[in-house]
Structure formats: C-alpha cells, structure tokens
Design a protein around this ligand. Structure first.
Ligand SMILES: Cc1cc2nc3c(=O)[nH]c(=O)nc-3n(C[C@H](O)[C@H](O)[C@H](O)COP(=O)(O)OP(=O)(O)OC[C@H]3O[C@@H](n4cnc5c(N)ncnc54)[C@H](O)[C@@H]3O)c2cc1C
Length: 215
C-alpha cells in the first residue's frame, strides 16, 4: 500500500489502520463487484454492504482526443522536461494531467506538491519564452509526505531536516503538521482574510454542530 511513499510510512499506515480494526489486504486484485460482496482473484468473496472504489488515477479521456497529442496509458499528456508536449512544443501541460519523465527516475508523481512546483516553473518558463530566453528543465524536489488517517492521527516523512534527508513523524505531531499544511494551502488559495474566516467558521461549526447527523 502507498507504494510511492517511504516503506516506513506505508508500514505504519498499515499498522495504524489495523489497530483501528481495518483488515488490509495487499496484492489482492478485485475481479468483480456485486451488490452484496466483492470477488477477488482466486474466487474468494468478501461480504460488503457498502463498497467504495478508490483504485488508481486516470486523466480525463478528453486529453486523448486533443488533436493527436501524445498521451500515456492513463491519458496523461506526455511532456518533456520543460513541460512541453512531446508532440507540439507550443502546448504545455502540468500536474495530474501531465506525464513528465525525469532522467533516470520514475515520472513526476501525481501529487499536490509536484503540481505546485510545476506551476512555479511554468510561470518562469513562459516569461522566459516571451523574452526569448532559454526555458530550462523542471526538476522535482520531494519535500516529504503526510498521510491523514482520520481525526486522531497521521503519519509521514518530511524532507531536509536530518542528515539522511528525511525524518519520520507520526501521531499527534504529524496530525498538527497536516493541519498546519492544510491551513497554509487555504491561505495560498483564498488569501489570508478569507482563510481566517473559513478556519474560524469551521472551528465554530465543529463546536456548535453535533458529531452525528441528527436529521
Ligand atoms: C482524495 C485525494 C487525496 C489526495 N491527497 C493528497 C495529499 O495528501 N498530498 C498530495 O500531495 N496530493 C494529494 N492528492 C493529489 C493532489 O490532489 C493532486 O495531485 C493535485 O490536486 C493535482 O493538481 P492539478 O492542478 O494538476 O489538478 P486538480 O487539482 O485536479 O485541478 C484540475 C482542475 O481542472 C478542472 N477540470 C477538469 N476537467 C476540466 C475540463 N474539461 N474543463 C475545465 N476544467 C476542468 C477540475 O475541476 C479541477 O478544478 C490527493 C488526491 C485525491 C483525489
């Protein structure tokens, strides 16, 4: 599970989920979903009242029909290291809809920090292009990951603090970091004033509304 994250993060996530009473089955391919059960490879079936499917990502199919732009098997536009389409250098793509191969490494992962870094790169690249300067190449820096596992806990790894480049956080500290990161994101997206009101409204809502929906 969580194959793109550090092994320790994925192992702790599994342990935490199991402590919460969740049965985790890895390397188990679902072959059929029925109203009352889910069938897995080998024919075994798991009883299920409610089934939630959350496997994998795929970019919108419209990308595969954009005037012949090269896309990969999950419809992401294939781009060079300068985020230009491999088929047309006048078309740029970034974030989840782009597949950007890094030299000798796995493609840039479909994550918020990657999309953010690519947006910052592209802003400078487009200014450079307008000015007739060279664009340069995008490099992805993994600053670590935090995984929220419900209200009491989270786990994660953060880059750049220890000599090994990453340190591991879990429980309340990770949860605090996750909450701080979310608020930082709110400020970036909505501006400081709106973010303060949103956070205050959310806090008040939590104080005033019941934890269980009553009607
Ligand atoms: C449940 C979930 C949890 C996640 N948690 C994390 C996490 O903890 N950390 C992390 O780093 N990443 C996380 N991600 C991944 C992260 O959300 C994405 O990598 C990031 O949002 C990608 O940014 P983006 O701008 O490329 O795409 P998006 O944020 O998806 O923005 C694309 C926008 O395009 C719009 N759009 C789509 N099709 C069209 C169309 N045809 N016309 C016009 N507009 C269109 C969409 O409505 C959307 O607003 C998570 C993703 C999911 C689904």
């Amino acid at each position: 599970m969580l194959p793109t994250l550090q092994e320790r993060v994925s192992e702790t996530t599994r342990e935490t989920l199991e402590e919460m009473g969740v049965a985790v089955r890895v390397s188990t391919t679902v072959t059929r979903v029925q109203p009352e059960w889910v069938e897995v490879e080998g024919g075994a079936s798991i009883p299920a009242d409610i089934t939630i499917w959350a496997a994998g990502i795929r970019a919108p199919s419209v990308l595969a029909s954009l005037d012949g732009l090269a896309v990969n098997h999950i419809n992401q536009v294939k781009v060079t290291s300068s985020l230009q389409s491999e088929s047309d250098s006048n078309v740029y793509a970034l974030g989840d809809c782009a597949s950007c191969a890094m030299t000798g490494e796995a493609p840039v992962p479909p994550r918020a920090q990657a999309a953010h870094q690519q947006a910052m790169f592209l802003f400078k690249a487009l200014c450079a292009r307008i000015d007739g300067r060279p664009i340069g190449a995008f490099t992805y820096k993994d600053h670590g990951s935090l995984v929220s596992l419900g209200s009491p806990t989270a786990v994660g790894s953060i880059a750049g603090i220890t000599s090994t480049g990453k340190f591991f956080v879990e429980g309340f500290v990770a949860k605090l970091m996750y909450a701080a990161l979310y608020r930082k994101h709110l400020v970036a997206v909505s501006g400081l004033r709106r973010a303060v009101f949103t956070i205050a409204a959310h806090g008040l809502g939590r104080l005033l509304t019941p934890r269980v929906k009553l009607h």
